[in-house]
Design a protein around this ligand. Sequence first.
Ligand code: DMJ
Length: 643
Amino acid sequence: MFPPARKEFISLTLPEQDPRSYNNNKSWRKQSCWRKWKQLSRLQRSLILLLVAFLLICGIATYPNLSEQWKGNEYQHRWALSPVQCTDACHSAVIPALTETSPEEGGRPVAPRKAEKRLEVERTGSRQLGKKRGPPSLKLQKKENVSEVQAGDGLPVHSWRGAMIEADQVTEAPPSAAEIEVVPVQVPGKLTDRQMAVTEAFRHAWGGYKEFAWGHDELKPISKSYSEWFGLGLTLIDALDTMWILGLKEEFEEARRWVSTELSFAKNVDVNLFESTIRILGGLLGTFHLTGDSLFLEKAKDIGSRLMPAFNTPSKIPYSDVNIGRGTAHPPRWTSDSTVAEVTSIQLEFRDLSRLTGDMKYQMAVDDVMKHIHSLGGKHDGLVPMFINTNNGQFSHLGVFTLGARADSYYEYLLKQWIQGGKKESELLEDYLQAIEGVKKNLLRKSEPKKLTFVGELAHNNFSPKMDHLVCFLPGTLALGAHHGLAPDHMELAKALMETCYQMYAQTETGLSPEIVHFNLFPRQGKDVEIKPADKHNLLRPETVESLFYLHRLTGDKKYQDWGWHIFNSFIKYTKVSSGGFTSINNVDSASNPDPRDKMESFFLGETLKYFFLLFSEDFSLVDLDRFVFNTEAHPLPIWPTA
Ligand code: DMJ
């Protein structure tokens, strides 16, 4: 018997269609993928899933870097719209061609042709620098923008409560090299008598500093010694551009030599970011812009880069203190807060440094602070609290609002950055205008019996009639805004507040203002201005003189010069120290014993005397307000060209 024959057969699966023909049917594709997936072993499937998960994680991790790059492009874009024209800026109103100095030649004057050639090299250099930056598409955009400007089409127009601002209407592009308007250094014979008196006062202050405090931070004129704050020759640096503007060539050259041979920032020393930015970085930049002398730019770059570690905080809101030798930064010992005015009043200087160096890191760091604060909660009608936390980036100590100490220059720099940038950055303007409305709504009152308009403070919804002398920057800032196209009522408010600030001087025995006043709100009860015993000191501060300068320059009204002259004479009478220098005093309400404090602040030379000199000048193009903005320490920085 044979076993039954084994049935041998081949199974053949016939496709429904010719397999060589491509089938892109969606459901077929789905089925086919799914089938393939099912055909894989468990291990293969796990490996693929792991790979997909890994790729997803990588994608998420690289997103912030990409967005940083996009952000960078945004900055480059802005940059491309306003290219560096250092030499135009350097040359604008106040560069005396004949006295330009060369660092390689020990600061000796360079012959005009040689100087021109050097500046031409710088000019070409900066243009090439501008060319290197940004992809071609950005440059194309720049061109388009220019033609828009020429066509007068599509210009950004900002409107806010009555203020209509056309970005390119007010600020013109700076003149080309051929058109540069050269204003020579001031000639003593052409000065007004009052300017001569200021020059004399400056010489007296400088003489004391030179004799007893040379190369140190501040003069102590009574004890004929000095005090150190940062150990960086603060008074000397703060005074450089004042000497240039006053035409004190010899003094300037001597100070320049010190900067060239003695000034070093490679020091293990903690400095306050704000103070060293406005006085040192601002002082060096201002002097560079007036003189075109690259020594000052090199020094500015050095201190600027040494201050950058301050921005390495969790929130990017900078710490208050930096060790410029070690490259470390920290908040004050007792808190992780920074002061709002301090972190928002370093922008003009760092933005200028970026324009001059072509390195956007400075501008990016300070612009980030402004953007952050623009969108931060905790403001009151545009008014900001006084502190901000460097860890979480939130305002702290909420509910207290002042235009005095710790908040003052936030408001000043909103307007001035907007002007510096060619009136294009609408968020800055928006914040400024909103804040001024906030001041009007919450802080403005009139005193009794003279009805002086003043700016008080708000603490948890309670109004206090307290006004710091520091607030007297406001009339000048308001007038500057009105000059640059903001609502005319800003000028009216400026005039009213100017009168008040002058009365803060006129109503004391010495004719000098105290640090703080309280205004009387009750009719038939005492004087308008009350001074508490702890507030009777005067530190030789500049704010009122600064505002008088703006009010005179922008209205032409000579009464502001006369008010300034009274104040100047009070300084001479009660603060001049016969052996050299001027001193802060303890009691403005005692003409018989003003009680000297033995300190001459660096801003007396950097600001107060400079603003006196400019106030008494009949030459309105001397540091032209359409070409320059003064930083909060009175150092002039150029307004960027718009096209
Ligand atoms: C200066 O350093 C600056 O003007 C600053 O804005 C305020 N304090 C002093 C002058 O008072």
